[in-house]
Every structure is written in C-alpha cells, then in structure tokens.
Write a new protein. Structure first.
Length: 365
C-alpha cells in the first residue's frame, strides 16, 4: 500500500486551519506507518464540511483498502436513497446555529416533500431568500444555515418509518448522513473483521468529527483560539488549559464564555457548548489576537495569568510525555466542577472565578 505526498496533501486540504494543517503535516503524516496515515486521511475527509461529492472523489483517490471501500459503499447507498417510490415522504427543516445547548433553532419552514427534487427546490428557494434578506453571498450563507432532510417510507401497516437523515449545506450538498433508528436496529452489523456488512461505516459518516484521530496541536497553555463550529454554532473563543498526550478525545481543553458571562471548560474536539456538531472545531482552530467581544473580555485576563506561570513536563510510566500546567489545571477544575455541580448550561460565573483567583489574576476581588 503506497500513500504518496500528493494524496496526503489532498487529504490535508480538507483541514481549514492553516496552523493545524501545518502541524499535522509535520507530525501525523511523517514516518512509515502507512496504515495509520491512511486512517488519518479518510477520517479527515469524512469529518470535513465539504459536500459528499467532493468527499467521495477524494476517497476514491486513496488506496482501495477495506475501510475506504466501505465508506464509499455507504455513501453510494445514502445517495441512492434520494430515489423515491409512491408513499415516501421527505421532511426538510431549515436550521440556524444553535442558540443554547440542546436547542435547535428552526426559524425557517419545515417542508414536507414527495420527491428529492422538491427537496432541492425548497433548499434553493430558502437559501436564495436568506441571501437576499441578509445581502450576502451563498458562501456566507453556508456559514450560518444548514438543512436536515429526513426520509420516511410506509411500512406494511401504512405507517411512516424514518429510514435516513441527510445533513445538507445551503448549496443543497449532502455533508453527512445517518440511518433512522428503526433501520439501525434491523442492521446485521457485526464487529467481526471478516464481516461483509458495511453498516459500521455508516457510523463513521454519522459521527463525522467524533471519529477523527486526536492529533498534536500547535498551541500552548493560555493561547486564545477561535472555536469555529459553523454552521452548527456561531464562532466564539477559548483559552487553552490542557494539552495532554494527544491520544484521546479529551487531550485538549478550553475555558470559554457564554454571552451571560458564565464560564465553561470542555474538550476542544467535540461537545463544546453542549453541541455535538459533526464538524470538529479542533481542525478549524486558529490563534486569536484581535479584540474580544465584551462578554469574552475575561478570557484575556485568564490567558495572561496562565502565561505568567511556566508549564512542566511529566513522563508517565509507559514513557508518554504529558505536558501539564498547574495554574491552568486549577482554573479548569474550578470551572468544570461548578458546571457539573449545578447541572445547568450556565457554568461558573465570572464573579465567582475572580473571587477564587483574584491574586493570580492580578485584579481586585
């Protein structure tokens, strides 16, 4: 199995952050572990916000390994479901970015359609209306508008069963898809490596960014970064508080603020603001050195306090290098425990945080 430089660069092109792209080029994509490099390539492609046509074209350029073929087969199956027979119903929902954890904003219409062509007509009409209303290009509209399309088919009792859902962008391109609950239960998917069932690859498309390998990051403790989850959530900012061993999904954490000035601290890869978006902000993260909005001003104070203190390196028993920062860890623990104890979306108030850490923050209580 040969993975050339051109294929690696093609896959890296799906990473929107220049900083992350350069970091991965010099870390994950070095060496001779071709099996892992192939896995990195396919996960990066599938988890990006590109349309499915572009993703499939890229996957076909990879060596025809079993997992790659399964991903392509799943995508082709999902596309074939655009065909319909009498009795099928497509339900289209226009979504805007989440306004609060667990809440989906659906200010637009929910439209039932009897053919996929009508689905595309609805998306084209609504996207045009959005662009005209906000005086923006379709590329700008794609940053804040997305569509969920659910297909229902009649069963033997004449009742509608949810078969598949597509997540589509403002251009009407499918980005991700997942099977309906009833069809997941009916699947004969097996963990057996010799199984010919491709159902497992449907989960890769469904989860999107959740399956991506957690890579090294080009950031340091206290760095302020842009956290970009569009179109599922509007841009916000965070302060890096944890840089672990880069081996799991919780290796890097950030403190960030909601517009109510309550702080939260969570893993950067996914579930920020309680939103499990299919596009990971990790692969779109960039350092930020501009002017923060008023509700995020405290992040600069937190960042400066962390950067005044040195970090340390600790080697675990198995030889893996862990980077630690005592003050950042204290900040993280305090904010996260406040959030867990309250069991709300609010987290830790800025006033509580200032009172607890007034000396190291160099501000008055």
């Amino acid at each position: 199995m040969n993975i050339g430089t051109e294929i690696i660069e093609m896959a890296l092109g799906f990473i929107e952050s220049g900083e992350m792209r350069e970091c991965l080029r010099n870390t994950l994509f070095t060496g001779n572990d071709t099996a892992n490099i192939l896995r990195y390539c396919r996960d990066i492609i599938v988890g990006s916000r590109a349309g499915i046509g572009e993703k499939m074209s890229a996957l076909r350029q990879l060596p025809p390994h079993k997992e790659v073929i399964a991903l392509i087969n799943a995508a082709e199956s999902a596309l074939s479901e655009r065909e319909n027979v009498t009795g099928d119903v497509f339900l289209v929902t226009l979504h805007y970015p989440y306004e609060e954890p667990g809440k989906i904003d659906t200010w637009g219409e929910r439209e039932p359609c009897l053919t996929f062509e009508k689905v595309l007509d609805f998306i084209s009409r609504e996207t045009t209306r959005e662009c005209e209303w906000n005086k923006e290009t379709i590329e700008q509209c794609m940053e804040r508008v997305w569509y969920e399309v659910e297909k229902f088919i009649p069963d033997k009792n004449g009742e509608l069963q949810h078969k598949i859902t597509w997540v589509m962008n403002a251009k009407g391109e499918i980005m991700f898809f997942e099977l309906g609950d009833g069809y997941k239960k009916q699947s004969s998917y097996s963990d057996d490596e010799d199984s010919d069932d491709d159902f497992g690859s449907w989960g890769d498309w469904e989860d999107g960014s959740s399956n991506w390998t957690y890579p090294p990051v080009p950031f340091d403790f206290g760095d302020i970064i842009t956290i970009d989850m569009r179109p599922f959530y509007n841009n916000f900012h965070g302060v890096i508080t944890r840089i672990g061993d880069n081996c799991d999904c919780c290796a890097v954490w950030c403190i960030y603020a909601g517009e109510n000035r309550f702080l939260r601290c969570e893993a950067l890869k996914h579930n920020m603001h309680g939103v499990l978006s299919k596009i990971s902000p990790l692969y779109r993260a960039e350092r930020f050195d501009g002017e923060l909005p008023e509700y995020e001003k405290m992040l600069k104070i937190i960042s400066e306090a962390i950067k005044r203190e040195p970090s340390t390196d600790e080697v675990s028993a198995d030889g893996i290098l862990f980077r630690t920062h005592a003050l950042a860890e204290q900040f993280e623990d305090f904010v996260h425990k406040k959030y867990i104890r309250r069991k709300t979306s609010r987290g830790c108030s800025w006033s509580e945080f200032k009172k607890q850490f007034s000396e190291v923050l160099a501000i008055e209580k």
